[in-house]
Design a protein around this ligand. Structure first.
Ligand SMILES: [Cu+2]
Length: 269
């Protein structure tokens, strides 16, 4: 009786597991909608890894439940000693190794396209001419934009915090830096997550779209969160990425410039 209860409890796990894996996508449990050009590639990799895991998980749980029902010892049984099965061990080492190797090779193209610096966009914004520098620190995000001269690191640079504005449908390259500890720049809708490491300047790129319902307005806002536990105020590193139609972006930039150089005096009057 006990054995049967145990079996039913154990078999409930893969049954619920199947239901979760099949339904998760339509329930929106994996990711929010995608709004960047390389999002679909990342989603394809997610499925590529998720399905072997799902099948292995459900398979092993079913076997576990079945073995508990079929092979659990009775009180009168004697102990059995085993030294294992060499052949079986070879198989269950080699099969996952091959699967991992397959995953490693099949993600290389996407990884190269997104992360290798030689494949970075070379349009209006590039590694040499980034749209901004994004500084992560305990516990805020600071963006530094080049001023009129288009280059960073001089007196006409503009700054703001927690709000990263970018033009829509444009390859945007920015430099990610940290002032103190490791942080991580994460925008789920862009499928973009990049660690910020102290002492390193890491170029990052994306190309974001407006949400369809925002086409009229010409601006969409997405959450920017820190995805690396960086201290007690980690939860406060909640910023926004504002994706704007190009004309809106230019207007926003000149507003920032005005505010920055008048120290807010002009807009306060
Ligand atoms: Cu952080």
């Amino acid at each position: 009786m006990m054995r049967l209860i145990l079996f039913l409890l154990l078999i409930a796990v893969p049954i619920l597991g199947c239901w979760t894996f099949v339904r998760a996508e339509e329930l929106g449990a994996w990711f929010p909608g995608n709004f960047s050009t390389y999002g679909p590639d990342i989603d394809a990799l997610f499925s590529l890894i998720m399905w072997p895991i799902a099948i292995t998980f459900v398979g092993t749980e079913v076997v576990l439940a079945w073995f508990c029902l079929r092979y659990s010892a009775k009180r009168t049984d004697k102990s059995v000693y085993t030294h294992g099965n060499h052949k079986l061990e070879m198989i269950w080492t080699a099969v996952p190794a091959l699967v991992l190797l397959g995953i490693a090779f099949s993600q290389m193209e996407t990884f190269g396209k997104i992360k290798f610096q030689k494949n970075f966009p070379k349009g209006e914004y590039s590694i040499e001419k980034p749209i901004a520098e994004v500084w992560a620190s305990q516990f805020d995000w600071r963006m530094r934009y080049p001023g009129k001269d288009g280059t960073l690191g001089n007196v006409d640079d503009l700054e703001n915090s927690f709000e990263f504005a970018v033009p829509a449908d444009t390859d945007v390259v920015f430099l990610l830096r940290s002032r103190d500890v490791i942080h991580s720049f994460f925008v789920p809708e862009f499928r973009l997550k990049q660690d910020a490491l102290p002492g390193h300047t890491i170029p990052v790129w994306f190309n974001a779209k407006l949400r369809p319902e925002d086409e009229q307005r010409g601006e969409s806002t997405f959450d920017l969160v820190c995805a690396e536990l960086c201290g007690w105020g980690h939860y406060k590193m909640a910023g926004r990425v504002r994706v704007m139609r190009k004309d809106k972006y230019q207007a926003w930039l000149s507003d920032l410039e005005k505010d920055w150089f008048t120290n807010g005096k002009e807009s306060a009057q």
